[in-house]
Design a protein around this ligand. Structure first.
Ligand code: ZN
Ligand code: FE
Length: 261
């Protein structure tokens, strides 16, 4: 069986231990700070056998070298996408889209989702019903487009949205509350969104994470998966104008509005 342990990093980043209970081994997704990761592995009594890197930004791979040194394990594998392999410290295995990887008895798969960075990947565990989406799909939002364009980001998000509805989504940051505040300006009549806003406010007031979310909940409430919503389209059109009902134009304008929210 697979189990996921969330590890806060910096002020709002999340790393995750992906644990294979059968072998008491684990992979860690996106290490910024090694100490809390080592502490979590010790608390769970698991051996870290792999680092899964979603993309090359400092707050996702900045802890690689220190963690690799602390583990001093020649079998440790460090995964990242081939397209940005040279930007990921300690990388041992460059992944292509769709390539499979094994963590003990767990099987994961790389899903190439560029646009936040040109070599961003998600890690999908079908049997574990979980996907690690880095800074591409956030709870209630999406990452900024730094190394791609709106069409690429839309396509990347659509690949993730095509995963089974019940898939748990583990993202790279705790940005949910502000993401949903923005979403609510575009779809004030979306009942699922209103309900989620209240739930997320309650969780944050209690100091609790809002992750994981699910693919189903994202499709119902995330404005970057809802370019086909009539209410969202009308809201964006009212602010930006001239979109002509085109879903890519609506998506791109939504991203620009969020950049300045
Ligand atoms: Zn990033
Ligand atoms: Fe980040």
């Amino acid at each position: 069986m697979m189990r996921v342990v969330l590890i806060p990093q910096f002020s709002d980043n999340y790393a995750y231990l992906v644990i294979d209970e059968a072998s008491a081994t684990a992979a860690v997704v996106d290490v910024a700070e090694p100490e809390p990761v080592l502490a979590a592995a010790a608390a769970e009594d698991v051996r870290i056998v792999a680092i899964l890197c979603t993309h090359h930004h400092f707050d996702h791979i900045g802890g690689n070298e220190a963690l690799i040194a602390a583990l001093a394990d020649g079998d440790l594998e460090v995964f990242g996408y081939a397209g940005e392999a040279e930007r990921i410290p300690g990388l041992t295995t460059a992944l292509e889209d769709g390539q499979e990887l094994e963590i003990g008895a767990l099987r994961g798969q790389a899903i190439f989702i560029p646009a936040h960075t040109s070599g961003h990947v998600a890690y999908y565990f079908a049997a574990g019903e979980a996907v690690f989406t880095g800074d591409t799909l956030f709870a209630g939002g999406c990452g900024r487009i730094f190394e791609g364009d709106a069409a690429q980001m839309k396509a990347s998000l659509e690949r993730l949205a095509a995963l089974p509805d019940r898939t748990a989504v583990y993202c790279g940051h705790e940005y949910t509350e502000s993401n949903l505040a923005f979403a609510a300006t575009l779809e004030p009549n979306n009942a699922a969104l209103t309900e989620r806003c209240a739930e997320v406010k309650r969780l944050r007031a209690e100091g609790k994470p809002t992750v994981p979310t699910t693919i189903a909940l994202e499709k119902a409430t995330n404005p970057f998966l809802r370019s086909d919503s009539a209410e969202l389209g009308a809201s964006v059109e009212r602010q930006v104008g001239g979109l002509g009902g085109d879903q890519l134009e609506i998506f791109a304008a939504t991203r620009r509005l969020k950049d300045n929210f």
